[in-house]
Ligand binder design. Structure first.
Ligand code: PGA
Length: 252
């Protein structure tokens, strides 16, 4: 399976900086879809329309960073999965730890949002991951296992859903999981998925948390690591694209 290299721009970049980043990506990514990598960028909602138009007919897919748990109607400030799909986006990040911890989202919220995403034809990237203290207590598998069980709707299958393992202590800290720790957790997630869905072997499981060009090669060469969800290093074309290049080197 091709590795998915996904950029999560979060609430960063001015309009001008978005234009520059998009231009830099477009001019440096080969126009033909590569044999090993699929590219994805997830800008803030306001730039979604422009980015889907800009990257149309390119090998770069576009996704949103969240969607509403509701279908439509009186939900001030919400953006529906259907609206996102109508803009031409293909993916939506759901249950990111910044939403779980900063906005009180629980597994049930993520589950409802993922169902909306499926109804709209979007591919949710469902994020899971333990905090530093949960890992210190040796509870990381219990936490992640529960998130997997409760966040995935029954409509999930390997073609319409992606998982991202993002240990909370690794996000934006410069302290990535080792390939051994990531590999152990990804293998565990694969097993947990097998209890939920038929074709778990083919579901993509991304690693996220301080991934960069220096550590990506080893992480992406680890069994069951099917790509990366990248925050900080996705804000410059050079550092984002270097992650794809490190994959080629790791693959020989
Ligand atoms: P980071 O963020 O690469 O800056 O650690 C990853 C994420 O939060 O998706």
């Amino acid at each position: 399976m091709k590795k998915l290299i996904a950029g999560n721009w979060k609430m960063n970049l001015s309009r001008e900086e978005v234009n520059q980043l998009a231009y830099d990506l477009m001019t440096n990514i080969s126009p033909e879809p590569g044999p090993r990598v699929e590219w994805l960028v997830c800008p803030p909602f306001l730039y979604l329309d422009r980015m889907t138009k800009f990257f149309a007919d390119s090998p770069v897919a576009v996704g949103a960073q969240d969607c509403s748990a509701h279908d439509n109607g009186a939900h001030t400030g919400d953006i529906s999965a259907r609206m996102i799909a109508e803009m031409g986006a293909r993916y939506v990040i759901l249950g990111h730890s910044e939403r779980r911890h900063g906005h009180g989202e629980v597994d049930e919220t993520v589950n409802r949002k993922a169902r909306r995403a499926h109804e709209a034809g979007l591919i949710p990237i469902i994020c899971v991951g333990e905090t530093e203290s949960e890992r210190a207590q040796g509870r990381e598998k219990e936490i992640v296992g529960r998130q997997i069980m409760d966040s995935l709707p029954s409509s999930a299958n390997s073609a319409n859903t992606v998982i991202a393992y993002e240990p909370v202590w690794a996000i934006g800290t410069g302290k990535n999981a080792t390939p051994e720790d990531a590999g152990a957790m990804h293998a565990f997630i694969r097993e947990a998925l097998a209890a939920r869905i038929k074709d778990a072997a083919h579901m993509r499981i991304l690693y996220g948390g301080s991934m960069n060009a220096d550590n990506a090669g080893a992480l992406l060469a680890t069994a069951h690591v099917d790509g990366g969800l990248i925050g900080g290093a996705s804000l410059k074309a050079e550092s984002f694209l270097a992650i794809g290049r490190s994959l080629k080197e790791a693959d020989g």
